[in-house]
Structures are given as structure tokens and as C-alpha cells.
Design a protein around this ligand. Structure first.
Ligand SMILES: Cc1ncc(COP(=O)(O)O)c(C=O)c1O
Length: 364
């Protein structure tokens, strides 16, 4: 079976040489030399400062909310993302409040934000879905007007610059997942980029159980450390980023060329780079989506409905308003695999299935 994501394994000998080094040093975790090297190299590669590697993307989101040090507050977020975008808010005992998405970009629509702001609101937490940059300027302006923090979930956007600067450099904090299925990964892992220098210094202590010096615990902390094996994987991946990027770009361009007249493609933010992380296609209705999904499955391709369920329906959020756009897109979207070799077959199956269906509908 061919799945939507395929884990990239970097050069084996290179990885082995890092593992040999770990055996020699005996240093497996606790802010080791490889984590420090990876943080420095990522800062240089992405052109950002104050980047901290953490143990996962979910952890990075929860970590961001912990750093806010607020209680009994609300966070305005998107209903259309991976579940962690919202579960992290709830897990930190904050209340997620949903602003519905735009039907073309699939990102939180800034027009829906302001009416949700009240005395309890402490932050806005959008996600750059499928690596498509949010309306950052508009969101930041709303946050500034109401004195709110902005926490961006940039988990899909490792390859994206917005207005000439890497997307992780926006907001008060931005987080990213380095899960094995992502374009850049550390097996499990993630990172946070923190705008404020003092908060960044504090975050380093929070990440290490609140321990700021030998025999000194200065604040409430957690264990959010990335380990040395994960960092070794990250260092290997970073060396091959241009290869990964080129391969994905080629596949993305192929799909765009073949499919744009048959299905709805995500409308990208013109001020940002095209991300090559995912390839979502949206059909006219759920029935069409389902037929294509079945036809692909029969050929051994497991295309998937991202992001279903729409997050306003989660059992632990109390959302009284229906997020219509999010539910609608979630019901008729498929993310298709983008690895070399599968593209022509997937594109042909989609086109054939739709052509057969639509001809049949016209005839009947
Ligand atoms: C948008 C988004 N946010 C957060 C996460 C959570 O990241 P992790 O799996 O590293 O915990 C993911 C993971 O897929 C994601 O896609």
C-alpha cells in the first residue's frame, strides 16, 4: 500500500558516523553537543534566532502555552488542522475558541477573529495549513490592536518564507513538528522559535525541569528535551534538504499541471513561497471524493481526508457554533501521496474517475 507520507531516510553511512560518535562520547541526552549543533545550524539555515529543539510538535505547542503563564483564558484557533493544534490548548487548561477557515486557502479567515475577542482571550493560534502561509499581517495587526499573543503552528511549513523571511520568524512564538513524516525530521521532535529574548532564556530553563544551575530550581519546568539520536537524524536530513526539496517540487508541479482543471487546488498566499509538503485536492462533493478514494485504494494508494474530524467536533471542546467551512472542506478533501513513481498513476486515476462520473451524470 502506498501511503500519503513516506519517511525520508538520509544517507545511512552518515547517520552511522553520528551514532559512532554518540557511542564514543556516551552523551545521549541533556542538551548534548548534537542538539546544540542542530539548533545553531537550523537557525542559520532558516535565518531565525532563538530556536529551541523540543521533544515533539505537540510538546512545542503545549510548551508555548505554558510560557504564556495564564489561567482560565481563551485561545482563538482554527478548526481545520491536525488535532494537536487544539488538543495542546485544552491540555494546558485553556479554552479553544474557533474562527472558521477560508474555503479557498483552508487557513483561519482573519475576518472571523475579531468578534470572538473578549476579556478572557489571551492569544490567537493559527496554523499554516499544508504549508500555506496565513494572512500574517492581518492577524498580527488584530493581535496588536487587542494586545494578544500570536502562536503560529508552522508544522507543515519548513520550506516556506513569507515576505522574504522564514515563516518561523513570525508571531510571538512559532512552532514546528519534526515528526518522521515531515519534510525535515528528527524521528520524533519539534522546535519553538521565540521572538522575545528574555522569554527565550526562560524557555531554556523550563525545558530542563526548571533547573537553572546545579542544585537550583528557579521555576516550574518540564522535560521537553530532544535527544542526541534525534538530533543526529536532523543533522543528516539538513544536509539533504536541497535533494528533498527538488524532488517534492517536481512532484508538486506535475500534479498541479495535471490536476488543476479537474479539482480545486489550495489557493496559495501570494506573499509566500509555495510549500511542497502536501498535495491536497478538493472535489465538488463528498460522493466524488469517496469514489476517487475508493478507486485509488483499489490500486493500492491510500489517499486520506485531512483534517477529519473538523476540530470543532472534538469531544473535549465545547463549541456551540458549527464551523461550516472547515466541516465542508474536511468532507470533500483528499491528500494524495507525493513520492516519485506514484504521481502519474494517481493523477490518471483521479482524472479517469472524475471523467467517468461526470459523463455519467451528464448522460442521466
Ligand atoms: C499542524 C500540526 N501541528 C502539530 C503537529 C504535532 O506534531 P508532532 O507529531 O511532532 O507532535 C502536527 C503533526 O503532524 C501537525 O501536522
Amino acid at each position: 500500500m502506498i501511503y500519503v507520507t513516506k519517511i525520508y531516510m538520509p544517507d545511512r553511512e552518515k547517520f552511522k558516523s553520528y551514532i559512532d560518535g554518540i557511542y564514543e562520547s556516551g552523551w545521549l541526552t541533556n542538551n548534548g553537543p548534537l542538539v546544540q549543533e542542530l539548533e545553531k545550524k537550523l537557525e542559520d539555515f532558516l535565518g531565525v534566532k532563538n530556536l529551541l529543539c523540543l521533544s515533539s510538535g505537540t510538546d512545542a505547542l503545549q510548551f508555548a502555552y505554558r510560557l504564556l503563564e495564564v489561567e482560565d483564558k481563551e485561545v482563538i484557533t482554527t478548526p481545520f488542522s491536525f488535532v494537536s493544534t487544539v488538543s495542546a490548548i485544552a491540555a494546558e487548561r485553556l479554552t479553544p475558541v474557533f474562527a472558521d477557515i477560508d474555503k479557498d486557502t483552508y487557513n483561519m479567515d482573519p475576518k472571523n477573529i475579531e468578534r470572538l475577542i473578549n476579556d478572557k482571550t489571551c492569544a490567537i493560534a493559527p496554523c499554516h495549513v499544508f504549508g500555506n502561509a496565513c494572512e500574517i499581517d492581518e492577524i498580527d495587526a488584530i493581535a496588536k490592536k487587542h494586545d494578544l499573543k500570536v502562536i503560529y503552528d508552522a508544522s507543515h511549513a519548513f520550506d516556506v518564507e513569507y515576505k522574504g523571511k522564514h515563516i518561523l520568524g513570525y508571531g510571538d512564538m512559532s512552532i514546528i513538528s519534526f515528526h518522521a513524516t515531515k519534510m525535515f525530521h528528527t524521528v520524533e521532535g519539534g522546535a519553538i522559535v521565540i521572538k522575545d529574548d528574555a522569554l527565550y532564556e526562560k524557555a531554556k530553563v523550563v525545558r530542563n525541569y526548571g533547573i537553572d544551575a546545579p542544585d537550583s530550581v528557579s521555576m516550574l519546568g518540564v522535560n521537553s528535551k530532544l535527544n542526541e539520536v534525534g538530533a543526529a537524524m536532523g543533522l543528516c536530513m539538513l544536509e539533504e534538504e536541497d535533494i528533498i526539496h527538488k524532488e517534492r517540487k517536481k512532484s508538486h508541479e506535475f500534479y498541479t499541471r495535471k490536476l488543476r482543471e479537474f479539482v480545486q487546488l489550495q489557493e496559495k498566499n501570494p506573499s509566500a513561497d509555495q510549500s511542497y509538503s502536501y498535495f491536497p485536492v478538493v472535489f465538488d462533493d463528498e460522493n466524488e471524493m469517496d469514489q476517487v478514494r475508493t478507486a485509488l485504494f483499489e490500486k493500492g494508494v491510500a489517499a486520506r481526508q485531512y483534517f477529519k474530524p473538523s476540530l470543532d467536533t472534538l469531544p473535549y471542546v465545547n463549541c456551540s457554533e458549527v464551523m461550516e467551512n472547515s466541516r465542508d472542506i474536511a468532507s470533500r478533501i483528499l491528500v494524495i501521496p507525493m513520492h516519485s513513481g506514484v504521481e502519474p498513476m494517481v493523477a490518471e486515476t483521479i482524472i479517469d474517475t472524475l471523467s467517468n462520473m461526470r459523463t455519467y451524470e451528464q448522460a442521466s
